[in-house]
Design a protein around this ligand. Structure first.
Ligand SMILES: CC(C)(COP(=O)(O)OP(=O)(O)OC[C@H]1O[C@@H](n2cnc3c(N)ncnc32)[C@H](O)[C@@H]1OP(=O)(O)O)[C@@H](O)C(=O)NCCC(=O)NCCS
Length: 162
């Protein structure tokens, strides 16, 4: 598996699995009805943001991540990132590889920390992955997320210094 910068040519393959994650509304604080063009605009942030894809040996895009400057001014050294892995390829280390890559890129870009603003507490796969990559739950917003199946659940803010 290769992780590289995403190009506009990758978008149709990225959106082919991103759309299901967005429409499910279980893991992202995005409107479930977010359109393809809105998603594309959000997923390709301005510099110093980056967009990456994880690509299988046969060229299939199996996951994607982006990273952004999370704050400005005195907190501009804190980055953030988002991840979506094709569910058909989950549990094979794609998310971990993307996470490690994004952390490395943020260090290279001179960021000093990374903050995940909205990790849904029922998203146990993500929470344990981020913990294993050195993130801690700094606080949990009580009933911060309205889950389509579980109702109001906690929303973690996760953080690690780089
Ligand atoms: C969260 C997500 C990015 C993880 O990607 P992935 O490729 O499935 O993750 P990996 O295969 O790298 O698994 C990494 C870790 O997840 C954890 N994990 C895997 N399966 C799990 C399960 N069924 N339950 C709990 N934790 C699990 C393990 O800690 C695993 O670590 P390991 O490498 O020691 O086995 C992916 O599931 C996804 O895109 N989900 C939908 C969108 C989303 O939730 N994005 C993140 C929002 S914060």
């Amino acid at each position: 598996m290769l992780i590289r910068k995403a190009t506009s040519h990758d978008w149709p393959l990225m959106w082919s699995f991103m759309v299901g994650i967005v429409r499910a509304g279980e893991t992202f604080s995005w409107d479930r009805g977010t359109t393809e063009s809105q998603a594309r605009q959000m997923w390709f942030p301005e510099p110093p943001g980056h967009t990456f894809v994880a690509v299988d040996v046969d060229g299939t895009v199996v996951g994607t991540a982006n990273s952004v400057r999370n704050h400005r001014g005195g907190a501009a050294h804190i980055s953030s990132a988002s991840f979506m892995v094709d569910p058909a390829y989950s549990g094979r280390g794609v998310g971990r590889a993307l996470g490690e890559h994004v952390l490395e890129q943020a260090r290279k870009d001179g960021f000093r920390a990374m903050q995940f603003n909205a990790v849904v507490e029922t998203n146990t796969r993500a929470v344990s992955l981020w913990r294993s990559l050195g993130f801690e739950v700094m606080t949990t917003l009580p009933e911060g997320f309205h889950h389509p199946v579980h109702g109001y659940v906690g929303l973690h803010i996760m953080y690690r210094q780089l």
